[in-house]
Design a protein around this ligand. Structure first.
Ligand code: FAD
Length: 633
């Protein structure tokens, strides 16, 4: 083994000459432990070989056997699934947006990723209080690396690109958010809220408010406002209708009084907050929505007192505070009964962001685990040669690609609806797929991060690797923007309003009409599951008690069926190019998530995933004959 100047192994063609795990530097430490780290030299970063110039379809492009470290890879260039999706769905993608995203992929995989580790380990946000003439002030302190990287994200247009004269499709900034999720969920949090607030201000705010704040939120000059969404109070976050913060009219503005219990991005320049105007009825119909700037129009500091920062399990890089509002000045955004609805629009947007973060974090966990395992030896063999390790990594990649399929569908559905406000079948599909994907991608993110850590072993449990941070950060994805049960209730509302499973059935019918012969058996099994889901849906929609009892289980079942459908849809691309890889992923997903519940038999001989393991991990073509090996399925 030869080591380079940094003690890292070198890439020798396609042959791995480095042992990453037995001692030595892994290139993951931040250069100055308690100062502000410098940018890592790109020269030390291995290039990512494009193993398939012919492009075999959605999946992983990076060959994880041949790279020294995932950090430093370009998260855009390394992602054939993302590139394929963007080429198919964004007009003139290659000419207009590719280089922007490629630069962004490098920035995220280097600067943002190093910042994430530094902030999490050495300099989490801190809160300072000071008294000034009888008034109490609070200030959140971030490290300079965090501030610079955060500013750069907005300068590169993660919000603003959607609001320029020749604006980008949302798909482009969604792709940025997905890549950001691969490096730092903490930094993604303010991005999620800022994109959501910008979106609703653009669409629903009164003209003067829009004119005042949209340019600041969408700025790409390095001075952009970031935003917060203040809904959760001490009594709970799910029941926003029970909001107790009061809004009192004071001339041309309102004064808010109350306590917001979870305020992430606690030092944001702007926030939208739910509050109840004096005399308004209880429940969600009595809620207004208010824009709260950190500085009022005359430049004075607004009364926003962060009394405490939450001491959290994860996302420790972003300040989440308890915020006291005492005569806090605010502009009316939407009076009752519209306030709640507009907040829900913002929430729906940030749920899409949650899906993107969930996709990102699990893709990172997969890449880290597969890369590590390809280099790790035990009992004289690479551990990727052991069938049980192969099974663990296969389970991970199958979940990751199912999540990507759901997430890409959410992006597609959002672009199809865009600025439509009326309830339509397209909008119903967006709401349904967002609820299913928010739930299921967050579940997969949690499982994938945990399994990736376990597959890597003890080293991943230490802070030498990012996995321990990913495991902690992933937990929040199934809580904020509405926990699983709340998504299930949203799903029930949509199913009840838009006629049961009709949108899913339509989609399935289209697919099954043109499914290739090799996958007919798999498709037929899916139809049986869909029939089962139809009867379950009938029961669940039959009365409130059954809904409250079974909604979550039904959501779990439907999310798997839809993910399977989407994966099967994706097989077309690759099969046409002569590769069965995605079809195998789809089949393994159906077997593990749907069939396996009923069939736990143990069969002798090498399994499908063992025969195709390297191709599954590294996005290489698989002969179509694999699909009929041992008879058609
Ligand atoms: C790190 C972090 C940052 C956050 N940042 C923000 C922020 O910036 N702004 C903000 O407004 N909020 C924020 N939140 C709050 C978050 O949105 C809430 O935690 C979330 O909405 C759930 O609310 P809750 O925690 O009060 O749980 P609750 O609403 O008390 O719910 C508890 C449990 O009961 C279940 N439940 C509730 N109602 C029902 C029902 N009808 N049927 C079945 N089950 C039900 C839920 O699914 C959940 O499992 C943040 C939370 C965290 C952890």
């Amino acid at each position: 083994m030869r080591l380079n100047d940094e003690g890292k192994g070198q890439i020798d063609g396609s042959k791995v000459v480095r042992e990453v795990v037995h001692g030595g530097s892994d290139g993951k430490t931040v250069s100055t432990a308690h100062g502000f780290p410098g940018t890592r030299q790109n020269a030390s970063v291995p290039t990512v070989p494009r193993v398939h110039p012919g492009n075999v379809g959605r999946g992983m492009l990076m060959d994880l056997r041949n790279i020294a470290s995932v950090r430093g890879a370009n998260f855009f260039e390394a992602d054939i699934g993302l590139q394929d999706y963007l080429c198919d769905h964004v007009e003139s993608f290659e000419n207009k947006w590719k280089s922007t995203l490629s630069d962004f992929g490098a920035f995220v995989a280097n600067d943002v990723d190093q910042q994430a580790e530094y902030t999490d380990r050495y300099f989490r946000p801190k809160l300072e209080h000071r008294e000034d003439g009888g008034k109490y002030h609070s200030k959140v302190i971030y490290n300079k690396f965090w501030i610079d990287v955060s500013r750069e994200l907005y300068r590169r247009g993660i919000v603003g690109l959607n609001y320029t004269e020749h604006s980008a499709p949302y798909t482009v900034t969604f792709a940025m958010a997905y890549m950001l999720g691969q490096a730092d969920i903490s930094l993604h949090c303010p991005v999620a809220m800022t994109t959501a607030v910008t979106y609703v201000i653009d669409r629903f705010a009164p003209a003067p408010l829009r004119a005042k704040y949209l340019p600041k939120l969408a700025s790409m000059r390095g001075d952009a406002f970031t935003a917060g969404t203040w809904a959760t109070e001490r009594h709970g976050g799910s029941d926003i209708g029970a909001t107790t913060t009061e809004a009192r009219a004071e001339g041309d503005h309102f004064a808010l009084n109350g306590l917001k219990w979870f305020v992430s991005n606690a030092s944001s320049e702007l926030a939208i907050a739910t509050a109840r105007p004096s005399g308004a009825p209880g429940g969600s119909k009595g809620l207004g929505l208010y824009v709260v700037p950190a500085r009022w129009t005359d430049g004075s500091v607004n009364s926003i007192y962060v009394r405490k920062l939450k001491d959290k399990l994860g996302t420790c890089g972003i300040a989440t505070g308890e915020v006291e509002l005492a005569g806090t000045k605010a502009f009316e955004f939407a009076p009752p009964p519209h306030g709640f609805k507009v907040m829900m629009e913002a929430l729906e947007f940030s749920r899409i962001q949650n899906v993107l973060a969930s996709m990102g974090i699990q893709r990172r966990a997969f890449m880290e685990a597969a890369n590590y395992c390809y280099h790790r030896e035990a009992f004289g063999r690479r551990i990727t040669e052991y069938p049980m390790v192969q099974e663990q990594l296969t389970d991970i990649i199958v979940r990751v690609e199912a999540s990507l399929a759901l997430g890409f569908e959410v992006m597609r559905a959002f672009e199809a609806v865009k600025h439509e406000t009326l309830e339509s079948s397209k909008r119903a599909w967006l709401r349904l797929i967002t609820a299913l994907a928010k739930y299921q991608t967050a579940e997969h993110a949690n499982v994938v991060c945990r399994k990736a850590l376990e597959t890597m072993g003890g080293n991943a449990y230490t802070y030498d690797y990012c996995l321990s941070r990913l495991v902690r950060d992933a937990q929040v994805l199934s809580i904020w923007e509405g926990p699983a049960n709340i998504q299930a209730l949203e799903m029930i509302r949509i199913l009840a309003k838009f006629g049961g499973l009709a949108p899913i059935e339509d989609r399935a019918r289209c697919l099954l009409d043109r499914i290739p012969a090799e996958l007919r058996g798999t498709g037929e099994r899916l139809v049986l599951y869909l029939d089962k889901a139809k009867s379950a849906t009938k029961l669940v929609l039959s009365d409130l008690g059954e809904s409250e009892r079974h909604a979550r289980n039904l959501m779990d079942f439907l999310a798997d069926i839809v993910a399977a459908l989407l994966l099967l849809e994706e097989t077309g691309h690759e099969l046409a190019r002569g590769s069965a890889r995605k079809a195998i992923i789809a089949r393994l997903f159906i077997e593990s998530r749907l069939d396996r519940v009923h069939d736990r038999s143990f069969k002798p001989g090498r399994t499908l995933h063992e025969r195709t393991f390297d191709a599954l991990m590294n996005c290489q073509p698989v002969p179509i004959a694999e699909l009929t090996h041992g008879g058609p399925s």
